[in-house]
Ligand binder design. Structure first.
Ligand code: KIV
Length: 295
């Protein structure tokens, strides 16, 4: 399909998919080349997640990620997409101080970075009010319940949420309240699949699961987990579709050995001068001419 015939996935497209039962595909991306791959493979939604802090910037968790970092990465992702709906993740403390600051920060994802929506973690009463305000300001919002990584210091560690009845009830209520506040979709992170099924059946808007089993309307994974970019711990819910860490390590190892052994660069990876004549004698001739004209 020619580029100008490609239509971007919209929020109504996602709502139609929910109605028809067609699964929504989503992935995170943080830069131009990966966004291009994800977009050209027809993934519906790209989330520029604040996980960028952990998988790209080397932070211990998502807390240190700033608005400037999110805008920088979202711009690169938008440049790499033609079809996917791009969502910018509101980082910790970009929506905590005031309504004005929240609307301003969210609007930057749309106005400066070119995203089509934002995502916000949590569903407290205050958060719901903020979401209503954003929706009122024409900023589409995706909700996020279950495990919310920005609450890491409250939680102590990342763990499955909603295993007991009280927590499960809370998650169902939170998701329903988010829908009432106007979100177009809800991320369900690390919840039992039986609970995700109930939430998915109760909501008119789509659920996108990560560690939430097969019954959600769509699925999302962190791109770097999917392709095995790192070789450390992986949560149970991640399926690795490639082993990039090994491939990249081998490539760097081979390059280093070739440079040390003088095998790289070889003739094929070097430029040649135009003339048949030896470059050395050409230079010597030039030098002679200059020294004559200087005298
Ligand atoms: O920041 C992120 O990448 C996310 C996904 C894990 C859903 O919130």
């Amino acid at each position: 399909m020619s580029d100008n015939k490609i239509q971007r996935v919209t929020i109504p497209t996602l709502l139609e998919k929910k109605k028809s039962g067609e699964k929504i595909t989503a992935l995170t991306a943080y830069d131009y080349p990966i966004a291009k791959i994800v977009d050209s493979e027809g993934i519906d939604v790209i989330l520029v997640g604040d996980t960028v802090g952990m998988v790209v910037l080397g932070y211990e968790n998502t807390i240190p990620v700033t608005m400037e970092e999110m805008i920088h990465h979202t711009k690169a992702v938008v440049r790499g997409t033609k079809r996917a709906l791009v969502i910018g993740d509101m980082p910790y403390f970009s929506f905590h101080l005031s309504e004005e600051e929240t609307v301003y920060n969210a609007s930057r994802f749309l106005k400066e970075a070119g995203a089509q929506a934002v995502k916000i973690e949590g569903a407290s009463r205050k958060r719901l009010k903020l979401i209503e305000t954003l929706v009122d300001a024409e900023i589409p919002v995706m909700g996020h319940v279950g495990l919310t990584p920005q609450s890491i210091h409250h939680l102590g560690r990342f763990k499955v949420k909603g295993k007991d009845a009280d927590e499960a009830r809370r998650i169902v209520t939170d998701a329903l309240n988010l829908e009432k506040a106007g979100v177009f979709a809800v991320i369900l992170e690390c919840v039992p699949m039986e609970l995700a099924r109930i939430v998915t059946e109760r909501l008119q808007v789509s659920t996108i699961g990560i560690g939430a089993g097969p019954y959600c309307d769509g699925q999302i994974l962190v791109f770097h987990d999917l392709v095995g970019f790192m070789n450390g711990y992986l949560p149970k819910f991640v399926k690795r579709y490639a082993q990039l860490h090994e491939i990249l390590t081998q490539a760097v190892e081979a390059y280093s050995a070739d440079v040390k052994n003088g095998k790289f660069p070889d003739d094929n990876h070097s430029y040649h001068s135009k003339s048949d004549q030896n470059l050395k004698s050409l230079l010597e001739e030039k030098e002679k001419i200059f020294s004559i004209s200087e005298k």
